[in-house]
Design a protein around this ligand. Structure first.
Ligand code: SF4
Length: 887
């Protein structure tokens, strides 16, 4: 029977770029994805994560039915339990005793109903989101400066700016499609790029100037800039006088920092001077900032220091210029629009008496929350001390992502009622749930998302939800009905929710708030289904959307923007004798968040397959560490273990650990346990770019790599010093390390893995040990162990030997079976091109990325690997012993 293939236009679920995706499905299977050429955000491009969407759309690991107290349950029973828990908590502790913790992964419609139920009908503003960890400081900075949370730029500004300043943003890895857009223009000589980042990241590949400032010194840098702009005559006094307030005060504060700025930032005066001059002389300047700015105790002030410089020069509301905060998550902006944060009410209304009255009347809300609720870190404090007694977590993993993560886990374990709705069955957070609700995932749920440039796009359903999975908005509707609020939540589908959301944005707005999508409130279901990407402020029927603040009028009472006086202050978590290193964290190129999605795709581990701690070569030498050693990173809150990566791009005294790793994939690898719960006093965003830790070698007796058909028992892993567990195409791949006192894991493996035949190969002289376990004539496990990690065959090589059914056991153990596998590091994930092939081509005389692409295809799809291709071409990228294993 021929199955009909169908094509659906939808939106990528990963980052805030919000790329349009053309999905191709056959039956209930996603068979291919491609970039949507018609989507303005990406014009057909996808990065490696978006390109791999079909690999990650798997049934394995999905949460398929509700669970109550660890046992499968009907939806009716699970929802009754949720409603009962919330009712009980409200009765015992009032509105402050209930909370929701949402996610930038949710669709706007899910966000809207959750926020409405909590703030309008349960009387609690304890509804916050993991976006608090991402861009809350930018939100607060926007509100202080503009009177409203409005991003004043769009991606088109990247096509016409002449100077792009990237602050605290590894755009090449975190927002790759935007990076490609910028890199193409720079290659044409059309713009300069300045990267402000303590680390030398892949983004520096396109930097005309890299300012490797001291971590946390951004306010001093932009204060120096504001003072310089004034001194150099670059301030637009006429515009400042007509459209702003607070310039003199901001300049005075800036001048107080300016003289010391080079010292505070640890920058060469000439480099600093070059940046100041370039900014002053280039009217078309965009300053793009991200988590390196936001995730700080002074994150809001950093944002305002940047915005001050744009307001002083009038570089806002015009093409090719402005301060541009980019979000990490696909729908962080949609959450901000509906008010799905504890610090806002709804639809860009805050908690003023007027706004409360307006929203209360619109919702006909009987129990409207009257003031701000608890922001993420305080919310989990309240869970810990018993003030919050019923908590619903939707689509996020706070046991990994929040600071002081062990305390978060302990809080959930003590909480009387923890509800988690997720599409993934096993996460560090679902393990703490009393009630688990199976949610629809990408491709199954239907609604809208808003990207970093305020563009609303449809995420469309094209697959039937597996098992009993349901949309989040449906779960909220059902619980609301059980709590007696059925009439206010009687939605028939996401289109009905969207209409109400759009209508609220326009309700008694009269131009007071830029967020007004009232023109979309009359969409019928057909028009909603067909909705093309649309950007606000809306100007339907005209040539395109209006640009925010184009007329110099802002959302403050007097319509003037505010320059905010800010002063440098150092991070709170500072190194000392016992914890001498600054701890930084961030993203890897091919992984997303806590790997709940990308962690199911084996090839996405080809670029990096172990938790690492990156150190400057001088620090590594001082600590007696070399590449590939096991290190322990610790402080008084906890510890993690990771493999050492010696990286000259690190500043001495500072280490970097990726944010993604967690208990599902490795033992002791959650970086969140090492950060204190320090937050920005205004935004509540945690300081998770600047911890204080000690680093030491962790002595191990040996290393092993294992390719197994089935997961290894947890009991075996718990005895080890270090382990990773990754999926491969035919089973699982492990890397193990153990202490001298521990039993050799290859002996333990033979005891705990079911088999009918074990073949071993041992060398007493070298400590080399190999083990093959067979069942019914097939290899179920192949393991290699050695005291020296560098002596082990790579994981993909071992897996290929495991799967070679034609070779006898001795050939597999001898490493002589099957065809050779290129085990070097995977550089181009899209076309699976590895480092060895690229270096061979370079040795052959290939001189540029274009020629490399012609010969090997690498770099010709998403472009995420182009910085590494350039580094290999110039010899700047060292061969990576950590990754000798390749995937
Ligand atoms: Fe998805 Fe990559 Fe586009 Fe982000 S840049 S939306 S992860 S395809």
């Amino acid at each position: 029977m021929t199955r009909v293939r169908r094509f659906v236009r939808t939106t990528c679920p990963y980052c805030g770029v919000g790329c349009g995706v053309r999905a191709e499905a056959e039956g209930e299977r996603l068979v291919a994805v491609a970039g949507d050429r018609g989507h303005p955000a990406n014009a057909g491009r996808l990065c490696v994560k978006g390109s791999a969407l079909a690999d990650t759309q798997v049934i394995h690991g999905r949460l398929l039915e509700p669970h109550v107290d660890g046992r499968p349950a009907t939806w009716a029973r699970a929802l009754d339990r949720v409603a009962g828990a919330f009712r009980r908590a409200l009765a015992e502790g009032g509105p402050g005793a209930v909370a929701m913790y949402l996610s930038g992964q949710l669709l706007t419609e899910d966000y809207y109903v959750a926020n409405k139920l909590m703030k309008g009908f349960l009387g609690s503003a304890n509804v916050d989101t993991n976006s608090r960890l991402c861009m809350a400081s930018a939100v607060t900075a926007h509100k202080r400066a503009f009177g409203e949370d409005v991003v004043p730029c769009d991606y088109g500004d990247l096509d016409c700016c002449e100077l792009l300043v990237l602050v605290g943003s590894n755009l090449a890895w975190a927002h790759p499609v935007l990076y490609q857009r910028v890199a193409a223009r720079r290659a044409q000589g059309e713009l300069r790029v300045v990267v402000v980042d303590p680390r030398r990241t892949a983004t520096c590949d396109i930097a005309d100037l890299h300012l490797a400032l001291r971590p946390g010194a951004d306010v001093a840098l932009f204060n120096a800039l504001l003072a310089h702009l004034a001194a150099a005559g670059a301030v637009d006094h006429a515009w400042v006088g007509a459209h702003t307030a607070g310039f003199a005060e901001a300049l005075s504060a800036a001048r107080a920092d300016a003289a010391e700025a080079a010292a505070i930032c640890g920058l060469d005066q000439a480099d600093l001077g070059r940046f100041l001059d370039w900014f002053a002389e280039t009217p078309r300047t965009v300053t793009m900032f991200s988590q390196g700015v936001n995730q700080a105790e002074s994150g809001t002030d950093k944002g305002n220091a940047i915005i001050n410089c744009h307001l002083a020069t009038g570089r806002i509301g015009r093409p090719g210029c402005g301060p541009f905060s980019v979000t990490g998550q696909p729908n962080a902006m949609g959450g901000r629009e509906v008010g799905g944060m504890a610090s806002t009410l709804a639809a860009h209304n805050d908690f003023s008496a007027e706004a409360l009255d307006r929203v209360g009347r619109f919702w006909r809300a009987p129990e409207l929350a009257r003031s701000e609720g608890l922001k993420a870190v305080e919310l989990f404090d309240a869970v810990a001390d018993g003030r919050v007694r019923a908590l619903w977590i939707m689509g996020t993993n706070p046991v990994v992502s929040l600071p002081d993560a062990d305390r978060v886990r302990a809080a959930l374990e003590r909480c009387p009622a923890v509800v988690v709705s997720d599409c993934v069955a096993e996460t560090d957070t679902t393990a703490c749930a009393d009630v688990l609700l199976p949610a629809c995932g990408w491709g199954e749920k239907d609604g809208t998302v808003t990207n970093s440039e305020r563009r609303i796009s449809r995420q469309r359903a094209f697959l039937r939800p597996p098992g009993h999975a349901r949309p989040d908005w449906w779960m909220v509707r059902e619980v609301a009905a059980r709590l007696g609020h059925g009439a206010a939540f009687d939605y028939t589908g996401p289109d009905a929710i969207f209409r109400e959301h759009a209508a609220l944005s326009a309700f008694e707005n009269n131009g007071a708030r830029q967020f007004d999508i009232g023109a979309l409130s009359a969409l019928d279901q057909n028009h909603y289904d067909a909705l093309a990407p649309v950007q606000w402020p809306l100007r339907l029927g005209a040539d395109g959307p209006a640009r925010p603040f184009v007329n110099g009028r802002f959302s403050t009472p007097d319509q003037r923007a505010r320059l905010i006086p800010v002063r440098h202050r150092p991070p709170v978590q500072r190194p000392d004798a016992a914890r001498p290193f600054v701890l930084n964290t961030g993203r890897l190129r091919d992984q997303w968040h806590t790997m709940t999605r990308t962690g199911v795709a084996p090839r996405l581990f080809g670029h990096s397959d172990v938790p690492t701690v990156a150190l400057h070569p001088d620090d590594a030498a001082r600590l007696g560490l070399t590449e590939g050693d096991l290190a322990e990173v610790s402080n008084d809150r906890g510890q993690l273990r990771a493999v050492v990566a010696v990286d000259p791009g690190q500043q001495s005294g500072s280490v970097f650990v990726p944010m993604h790793w967690n208990d599902r994939f490795s033992g002791l690898a959650r970086v969140g346990v090492l950060f204190a719960p320090v937050v920005d006093p205004l935004s509540g965003q945690p300081e998770i770019k600047h911890g204080a830790v000690a680093v030491r070698r962790y002595p191990v007796a040996g290393w092993a790599r294992v390719a197994a058909r089935d997961p290894l028992p947890d009991v075996l892993l718990s005895d080890l010093s270090f382990w990773t567990r990754l999926p491969d195409d035919a089973g699982w791949r492990y890397e193990l390390a153990w202490e001298a006192a521990a039993r050799h894991p290859l002996h333990a493996l033979a005891d705990v893995v079911v088999h009918d035949n074990a073949v071993t190969l041992d060398s007493a002289a070298t400590g080399d040990r190999r083990l093959l376990l067979e069942w019914d004539g097939s290899a179920v496990l192949l393991a290699f162990a050695h005291p020296d990690r560098a002596a082990l065959p790579p994981g993909n090589q071992i897996a290929s030997w495991r799967d070679d059914r034609t070779a006898p056991a001795w050939r597999r153990l001898a490493g002589a079976a099957g065809a050779g596998v290129d085990a070097s590091r995977l550089i181009c994930t899209c076309f699976e091109v590895r480092e060895a092939a690229i270096l061979a081509a370079v040795a052959d005389g290939i001189a540029g990325t274009g020629e490399l692409g012609e010969r090997l295809l690498c770099g010709t799809n998403c472009g995420s690997c182009l910085p590494e291709l350039n580094a290999l071409l110039t010899g700047a990228l060292k061969p990576d012993p950590i990754m000798v294993g390749g995937g």
